[in-house]
Design a protein. Structure first.
Length: 235
């Protein structure tokens, strides 16, 4: 990943973005989330762009609480900022199945999870997600998850969707992160100059078009962070 990856946040007015963070985001951010966010930036530098923005994390927390979720899944964990966010929002007996092949990044964030006292809510599987999802579908877990959060390789979103839609319960929600992809989805492909952004731009466009036409869900693209698509399973 290049050192000059552009800012992924859609809100280009930096002063307004900072206003949102300082008025609503940072004052309500859990102390351990703040510590993990800052430690991730220090260690991973430009790679820390994969961390969920604080205002989007607040939205995620509110969603989990409003739907009274107890059984959730996270595909793509990195150092665990969104994972810790969800775990803090779940009730004491809530559970999260967290899947990511990068065990090292997860273990970097694990001390903050332990310090928060919510490690018992998390089942981390160091693996690519597709075989795990397949196993869940084939082992009687269909329709048992209240909420699924996906923040993984954008090229995999379509194939993940065919499995997550089976695993989430009717009326449950799947959230797909980065679905506006640096704003590139609104640009012609040949006008996208950054190589990294162009690499996944078409996959995100294809995914968005599919979701818009999928009769099994109702969906909304929320223009927060880098765009997050909320999908509610209808049947």
């Amino acid at each position: 990943m290049a050192d000059d990856i552009p800012n992924k946040l859609l809100l280009r007015n930096k002063a307004l973005q900072q206003y949102i963070y300082e008025t609503s985001g940072y004052p309500k951010e859990h102390k351990l989330l703040k510590e993990l966010r800052e430690a991730t930036v220090e260690k991973y530098k430009v790679m820390s762009v994969m961390t969920l923005p604080v205002d989007e994390a607040q939205l995620l927390s509110m969603l989990v609480k409003m739907m009274n979720a107890k059984k959730t899944m996270e595909i793509g964990v990195f150092t665990g900022y969104s994972l810790l966010t969800t775990a803090l929002a779940l009730p004491e007996d809530g559970k999260i199945l967290a899947i990511d092949p990068d065990k090292e990044a997860y273990e970097f964030g694990l001390p903050y999870i332990k310090k928060a006292g919510i490690e018992h809510k998390i089942n981390f599987i160091p693996s690519d997600a597709y075989p795990v999802l397949n196993d869940l579908v084939n082992s009687g877990e269909q329709g048992t998850f209240d909420f699924i959060f996906v923040d993984a390789l954008k090229n995999d979103y379509l194939k993940f969707h065919e499995l997550t839609i089976k695993l989430v319960k009717i009326g449950g929600t799947i959230a797909y992160d980065n679905t506006l992809w640096y704003g590139s989805v609104a640009q012609p492909e040949d006008e996208v100059e950054d190589e990294f952004i162009r690499l996944f731009r078409n996959a995100v466009v294809e995914f968005n078009n599919f979701i818009a036409a999928d009769p099994r869900i109702e969906s909304s693209i929320v223009s927060i962070g880098d765009g997050v698509t909320l999908c509610r399973r209808l049947y």
